[in-house]
Design a protein around this ligand. Structure first.
Ligand code: GDP
Ligand code: IMO
Ligand code: MG
Length: 429
């Protein structure tokens, strides 16, 4: 079955955008199924850098259909900015291949505001969100206050919905947060404008997706965030509000448990995290700094410095299980060049116990210490290498050690930002 689900194995920013763009060379469709503009997916083609927040990372390939799926939360202002960026950079034609699901929810101006207000209210317990209104938008979807893309087709009904929701939000704003209310007229006018601009892209996407499946086309579902940011399966409450795991991708794309899916994990050669929450392999010393500087580990969405550390194999093994991964992609391998030793976390020490499983208790997460396997590093710059066998012995040993540890194959290696800096061991399509 030519359906590949791409999921981040850790806390996001594993290089999913780069890999989706790379494998899109042989694909017909890329679907984003969850999350919103909290994602920042970087694609570099011939030194030109693109950062996609909502638009699928396959858009730069001719003929590929790009779908913003049912499970997403879409901020119209962010989307229009991305559309404008494509227009200004010579990609006007690509917009004919862009489709937005009618069922996708919209991120409203009050969602962003409540994201900030809730974070301030939490004080020392803040999540460290991207501030893009994602949590409040999913909250409204679940409590059935949500406004969907389809609502942009009927302004009378949108007016009534917005009036009701805004009355409620304004009571919260004034009475709970002691803030001025938001103007209905202003928001409605803004959305009349969004409606005009976005209606051409909003369609019933399910027939398009199912037709692609029926005709055996190559489809990629581009996960956003990462396994450990999953609302159910991540480091709750330090998670996002959607389901970045593979099952969430299927749900958000409107697909059932099809057999014979390729579930591909994207894993960075080391680990990073943005925002608050547990991170057992975080290096708070010069190693963390070196990884951040060499890897350019600053958020693609917020510019925040990312916390960095050695590769967490306990999380990786969990990601293999929970996403039913069939193969792995290891990115940013070039960044490790120059370290004399490389460390890979095989277990956690929790008090006087050694564990190969993730803790559940928040306290255990707090005290979990990594148990490392030490491996030889490599000195040389590997970023121009095209074939696996040309990599230094120590680099191959690191990859093969990981393969033995997780018991699934490493299909692709990434050794640089550019599309070309990619080593394929096993074709995806
Ligand atoms: P995503 O959210 O998973 O798509 O990842 P981001 O785009 O947020 O962050 C990954 C960063 O690493 C981006 O700046 C990419 O251009 C960059 N990148 C991806 N793969 C490689 C690689 O193999 N080597 C290097 N040096 N950079 C990479
Ligand atoms: P991509 O797709 C890294 C993190 C935030 C915060 C938590 C909740 O680029 O890998 P949210 O705004 O979603 O309510 O924030 O999740 N987060 C990400 N971290 N990469 C991302 O996306 C992220 N999207 C959300 O930093 O800790
Ligand atoms: Mg990112």
């Amino acid at each position: 079955m030519p359906l590949a689900i791409i999921s981040g194995t850790h806390w996001g920013d594993e290089g999913k955008g780069k890999i989706v763009d790379f494998i899109s060379q042989k694909a017909n469709m890329v679907i984003r199924a969850q999350g919103g503009s909290n994602a920042g997916h970087t694609v570099v083609v011939d030194t030109k850098k693109y950062v996609f927040h909502l638009i699928p990372s396959g858009i730069l390939h001719p003929n590929i259909k790009c779908i913003l799926g049912d499970g997403m939360v879409i901020d119209p202002a962010d989307l229009l900015q991305e559309i404008q960026f494509l227009r200004e950079n010579g990609w006007e034609d690509s917009l004919q291949r862009l489709f937005i699901s009618e069922k996708a929810h919209l991120v409203m101006p009050y969602h962003r505001l409540f994201d900030q207000l809730q974070e301030s209210f939490r004080q020392n317990s803040r999540i460290g969100t991207t501030g893009r209104g994602i949590g409040p938008a999913y909250e409204d979807k679940v409590s059935r206050w949500g406004i969907r893309a389809v609502d942009l087709f009927n302004m009378d009904s949108l007016k009534a919905k917005l009036q009701l929701v805004l009355n409620y939000k304004n009571i919260l704003l004034e009475k709970v947060f002691e803030k001025p209310p938001l103007s209905f007229e202003k928001i409605f006018e803004q959305f009349e404008n969004y409606s005009e601009q976005l209606k051409p892209y909003i369609v019933h996407v399910l027939p398009i997706i199912h037709d692609a499946l029926a005709t055996n086309q190559n489809i990629i579902i581009e996960g956003a965030q990462g396994t450990m940011l999953d609302l159910d399966h991540g480091t709750y409450p330090y998670v996002t509000s959607s389901h970045p795991v593979a099952a969430g991708s299927l749900l958000g794309a409107g697909l059932g448990p099809l057999s014979d899916i390729q579930s591909i994990g994207i894993c960075k050669a080391y680990t990073s995290r943005v925002g608050e929450g547990p991170f057992p392999t975080e290096c708070l010393d010069h190693t963390g700094e070196a990884l951040r500087e060499r890897g350019g580990e600053y958020g693609s969405t917020t510019g925040r410095p990312r916390r960095c550390g050695w590769l967490d194999g306990v999380v990786l093994k969990y990601a293999v299980q929970i996403n039913a991964l069939t193969s792995l992609v290891i990115t940013k391998l070039d960044v490790l060049g120059g370290f004399s030793k490389i460390y890979f976390c095989t277990h956690y020490r929790i008090g006087n116990r050694i564990s190969s499983e993730l803790p559940i208790q928040p306290y255990d997460w707090k005290i979990a210490q990594p148990v490392y396997q030490e491996l030889e590093g490599w000195e040389s710059d590997i970023s121009n290498i095209q074939y696996y066998n040309d990599l230094p012995r120590a680099t191959r040993d690191y990859i093969e050690f990981i393969e033995d540890f997780i018991e699934i194959p490493v299909a692709i290696l990434s050794v640089g930002q550019d599309r070309k800096s990619t080593i394929v061991r096993k074709e995806i399509f």
